[in-house]
Ligand binder design. Structure first.
Ligand SMILES: Nc1nc2c(ncn2[C@@H]2O[C@H](COP(=O)(O)OP(=O)(O)O)[C@@H](O)[C@H]2O)c(=O)[nH]1
Ligand SMILES: [Mg+2]
Length: 253
């Protein structure tokens, strides 16, 4: 699993029809990396999950230059956010792997908060539940409520003590990210629950930290369909846990 090239940071961005939101995100990341040379060399991996707009073209137009490499991976059909994260993590090479949503709801500068707590045996997750005063544009009320109900189930069945598993900004030790990509199965929005459960099972600490966060309009999440899918996936994970069906920590991790 070890990669020879020494990339310091991989940023994985799952993207579905993101031609509108990606350009400013990529620009913010570029500016941030320029100011934080200790994070170079870096790679930015955008996983275009069967987009029907110009997402793919837009990414292919980004030219790599010294220190920052852009890579675009494409699924021909839309498989889901979890599937996209798995593709991105699986091809990452960084010592550190950051997953970020395409809309930068957590501004890229918040990476510093995660980096300050980083350790190779720890997974750092951004959270909206630690300090709500950091949320400068809240989600619609119904999304917040659904998120809280979802978290109660997740805590009860799989990951006690973590109050927000779903924030799209998480920093993984690279080797852990790649090991998870090999065994992850959840295709949709509940992928985080599987990865966090496995990370803890494998002996990694999960640290949940408050970050500045803003809801960005034009969400791809369909409250009905996607929440049903997420609840179903979490129940399946609970059953897998009950039947002891999760893989043990890989020996080379
Ligand atoms: N690969 C993939 N990514 C998705 C899908 N739906 C949403 N995303 C990505 O997941 C991230 C979060 O989506 P967003 O619409 O901002 O969700 P919200 O912030 O939870 O309302 C963005 O990077 C999206 O492009 C999907 O079906 N497949
Ligand atoms: Mg969003």
């Amino acid at each position: 699993m070890k990669r020879k090239d020494s990339i310091r940071l991989s940023i994985v961005i799952p993207a579905l029809n993101e031609e509108g939101r990606l350009p400013s995100t990529l620009e913010s990341i570029r500016v941030y990396l320029e100011k934080n040379e200790d994070l170079l060399p870096a790679e930015i991996i955008i996983v275009d999950d069967g987009s029907e707009d110009r997402t793919g073209e837009l990414i292919r137009a980004c030219s790599s230059r010294w220190g920052v490499e852009y890579r675009c991976l494409r699924h021909e059909t839309t498989l889901g956010k979890g599937a996209a994260v798995r593709t991105g993590f699986g091809s990452s090479r960084g010592e550190l792997v950051l997953i970020s949503d395409a809309d930068l709801s957590a501004p890229i500068e918040e990476l510093e908060v995660l980096l300050n707590a980083f350790s190779p045996d720890r997974l750092i997750i951004a959270s909206r539940a630690v300090d709500r005063s950091l949320i400068f544009h809240p989600q619609p009320f119904y999304r917040d409520l659904m998120g809280r109900c979802f978290n109660l189930i997740v805590q009860g069945l799989l990951i006690p003590g973590i109050h927000d598993t779903q924030c799209g900004f998480k920093l993984f030790p690279g080797e852990l990210a790649r090991a998870l990509a090999e065994v992850g199965r959840v295709q949709g929005f509940a992928w985080d629950v599987e990865y966090l459960y496995l990370a803890r099972l494998w002996g990694f600490e999960i640290r949940e930290l408050g970050v500045r966060w803003a809801h960005v309009e034009s969400s791809r999440v369909l409250p009905g369909r996607h929440s049903l899918q997420m609840f179903r996936d979490v129940l399946k994970l609970g059953l897998r846990r009950a039947f002891g069906k999760f893989p043990a920590r890989p020996q080379d991790l």
